[in-house]
Write a protein that binds this ligand. Sequence first.
Ligand SMILES: Nc1nc2c(ncn2[C@@H]2O[C@H](COP(=O)(O)OP(=O)(O)OP(=O)(O)O)[C@@H](O)[C@H]2O)c(=O)[nH]1
Ligand SMILES: [Mg+2]
Length: 370
Amino acid sequence: MQVKTFRAATMDRALARVKKELGPDAIILSSRQAPSSSGEPGFEVVAAMDRGAETAPAGDQAAAPRECASAEMKNDIQEIKSFLSLLISSKNHFVDLHTRQPLADLYHSLLVRGFDEKQLYILLNRAASDLNGGSNDPGRVYEAFCKQFMSKVRFSKPFRNISAGSASGTVFTFVGPTGVGKTTTLAKLAAYLKIKRRMDVGVISLDTYRIGAVDQLQTYSNILEVPFSVAQSKEEYARACREFSHFDAILVDTTGRNFLNREHVRHFASVFEGDNTSHFLVLSATAKDEDLRQTIAHFREMDIHSFIFTKLDETIHHGCMLNQLLRFDHPLAFMGTGQRVPEDIEPATQKRILSFLLPVKNSDSTGGGK
Ligand SMILES: Nc1nc2c(ncn2[C@@H]2O[C@H](COP(=O)(O)OP(=O)(O)OP(=O)(O)O)[C@@H](O)[C@H]2O)c(=O)[nH]1
Ligand SMILES: [Mg+2]
């Protein structure tokens, strides 16, 4: 920091000298009337200029750590900026909630976990009215919120009505965006039905688009010793379903597509038109809120039976998944919690979903098991 004193007959001249010598970024520390040494009336301005960056010698040993610190600072500033914009965008809700402290705390803690601000606001207000306008007890507020939250979320047990030997030929398809875990989830559930529920299961692959997709499912089917068929057209698919119609359950794998493109959904819908099929929409818990929302909205063209969310183990914020359960009527059937087949899948339960409202304590908290 360079500090300098400037004297001149008028304030304007003193300031002009500051600007000329220290540049436009100089900081004025003080200014006052001060007679010159000859006793003439005049002004004195003390100004400062940070010359640290300019005077750093080339190849300075300290330059690298300084750059690191500056990058860190930039990151911090970026984070603060994003948080501020989050606060600004939800400021009306904050203003409304901030007088009711436990509600505001809960609102804030769920907001940073990816919850949708509007959904949260509505649920918190309902929770508050359940508590006759509010409560100072955070435990009671949280309980009231959970009650409201759970009243909006639905669960499904899709295999409840089929049993070993039913020979019902009930068809379940696994549809959803690319790479979300459709094939892996199908294999996990085929193992569950075959080994735990002792059902006769058939597997059909409609995914002849991606190289290796058929081999992937063929391998799982071989290991599980379940019949496997590949269909390349609507007709072949209908034939395969007929062939497997004496099985208790038929699981159908489909091609992953970018379903932000509505045309891809339309194409899918036409393949299954007129079928009495239960479609699982498989989605990743790591996907962004708006992408999930759009994708699910496009699936209105198909009669989705229930959601399966995968990769719960790959995120610590489950808000985006929970938002969809609040927004859409579809129930949640299963949750994928890792790559292991068949272990890493669990049926969706109230208790498990509620656990996502609280902070994750350790990375093992999403272990598999049914
Ligand atoms: N961590 C984690 N990984 C998973 C989970 N489910 C699937 N995966 C992994 O996700 C990757 C893609 O899985 P696939 O089953 O091939 O996904 P897909 O939706 O069939 O992919 P496409 O057919 O290419 O659209 C694999 O590496 C899986 O092991 C899960 O619940 N958690
Ligand atoms: Mg697949």
